[in-house]
Design a protein around this ligand. Structure first.
Ligand code: FMN
Length: 382
């Protein structure tokens, strides 16, 4: 006893402790729908990234309390089967598989996931086709789909999606035209039936917290995990992330309205500059009658073939496609996945703590005593 009194354990200031517990409880409540849906401690998905989201990164994210997602990309069914089995050998925690809807063997890939008892399947790259959607549901897996606008979100709810991801144009990889800020305002207030996860440009816990408070059930991050210690991405790829600022992660540029370019966000490099020169050359050949429209379009589409693999696996960050979100500006070091997740959580809780007791739920009747009371509002001319 005397020994204990003489050696007090270092403790936080007494007042801070209940406040921290309060903030932590509030954070848990905000992310509860997401954690319940995913079966995790944190409602944070590691967004599928082709070539990056393989067994090691996926297992690391799930083992650290998040939700890892395997990127199937262009894998044939046998390879996906092996990747799922290898991931299951590294974690007994839940993880998902992301399938691209235009994959020619989509139905077989769904069956591979179902046979392996994958709990959550993400259908990306377009509106999920009916047969794949039904197969996922009938097979007992949860279906997660991307909603690029409110009407699509409502249609997906009706057709049986179990959760949605809304991904803003700040994200890395293939992107839509609308920012997360706007998508969240358009969609979150109207979709209450199923959980909605937000993605694109998220790098800190305060931002995740604000979307949870707007009604999101959790968040999906890609860029920060691509540069993590467990990511198999080449050191050149990770170092490019550390050096880059938000403004370096640019969307691909289309030179002619008749020749569409799929918008992809990645780091500006000689490859992205060469792409503009190349488009000009192809357009000149088309105008000179040396290529017909289909040949010209195909030539433009083929420019980036294999380019992500070259960057991620071979480390060609000059000519390859260094897909990255604007959140790349918040990648400042190569960190273990567990550290990234804990940092995000701690930032969210610290933000709640910084508000003192304001975040504690209050009865509606107390709201009239808010700083902008009726009197203040009148005085300010509202
Ligand atoms: C290198 C890279 C590859 C990606 N590949 C895919 C993919 O294959 N399928 C997919 O649905 N999303 C893909 N994404 C998007 C991520 O899953 C995630 O939604 C996005 O990275 C979130 O935005 P953030 O990068 O700002 O965190 C990719 C993103 C990156 C950075």
């Amino acid at each position: 006893m005397t020994l204990m009194l003489n050696n007090p354990q270092p403790r936080e200031a007494p007042a801070a402790e209940p406040q921290k517990l309060n903030a932590a409880a509030r954070f848990e409540a905000l992310q509860a729908r997401g954690t319940e849906f995913l079966g995790t401690e944190l409602a944070i998905l590691g967004g599928a990234m082709s070539w990056v989201s393989e067994r090691h990164l996926v297992a690391a994210i799930s083992n650290a309390g998040g939700f890892g997602v395997i990127a199937c990309g262009a894998m044939p069914p046998a390879l996906l089967e092996a990747e799922i089995a290898a991931t299951q050998a590294l974690t007994d925690k839940p993880f998902g598989v992301n399938l691209i809807t235009m994959h020619p063997q989509l139905d077989d890939l769904v069956q591979v996931c179902l046979r392996a008892k994958v709990s959550h399947i993400v259908l990306a790259g377009g509106i999920p086709p009916g047969p794949a959607l039904r197969a996922v549901k009938d097979g007992g897996a949860k279906l997660i789909a991307f909603a690029p606008a409110l009407v699509m979100a409502q249609r997906l709810v009706k057709t049986g999606a179990d959760a949605l991801i809304i991904e803003g144009s700040e994200a890395g990889g293939h992107i839509g035209p609308v920012s997360l800020n706007v998508l969240a305002q358009e969609i979150l207030p109207h979709i209450r039936e199923i959980p909605v996860f937000v993605a694109g440009g998220l790098g800190r816990g305060e931002a995740i917290l604000s979307y949870l408070e707007m009604g999101a059930s959790g968040a999906q991050l890609g860029t920060r995990f691509a540069a993590s210690a467990e990511s198999i991405a080449h050191p050149n790829f990770k170092n490019a992330f550390i050096k880059a600022r938000a403004r370096d992660a640019v969307a691909s540029i289309q030179l002619d309205e008749n020749f569409p370019v799929i918008p992809v966000r990645g780091l500006a490099n000689p490859g992205t500059r060469n792409f503009l020169v190349y488009q000009k050359e192809i357009l000149a050949k088309f105008q000179a009658g040396e290529l017909d429209k289909t040949e010209a379009q195909l030539a433009i589409e083929h420019f980036w073939a294999g380019a992500l693999r070259r960057a991620v696996i071979e480390g060609d960050v000059e000519g390859g496609s260094v897909m990255a979100g604007q959140s790349v500006g918040m990648v400042t070091a190569i960190q273990p996945v567990a550290e990234i997740l804990q940092e995000l959580k701690a930032q969210a809780i610290a933000a709640l703590m910084a508000r003192g007791n304001q975040f504690v739920d209050r009865p509606a009747s107390s709201l009239s005593a808010s700083p902008l009371s009726a009197g203040t509002a009148r005085a300010q001319g509202f």
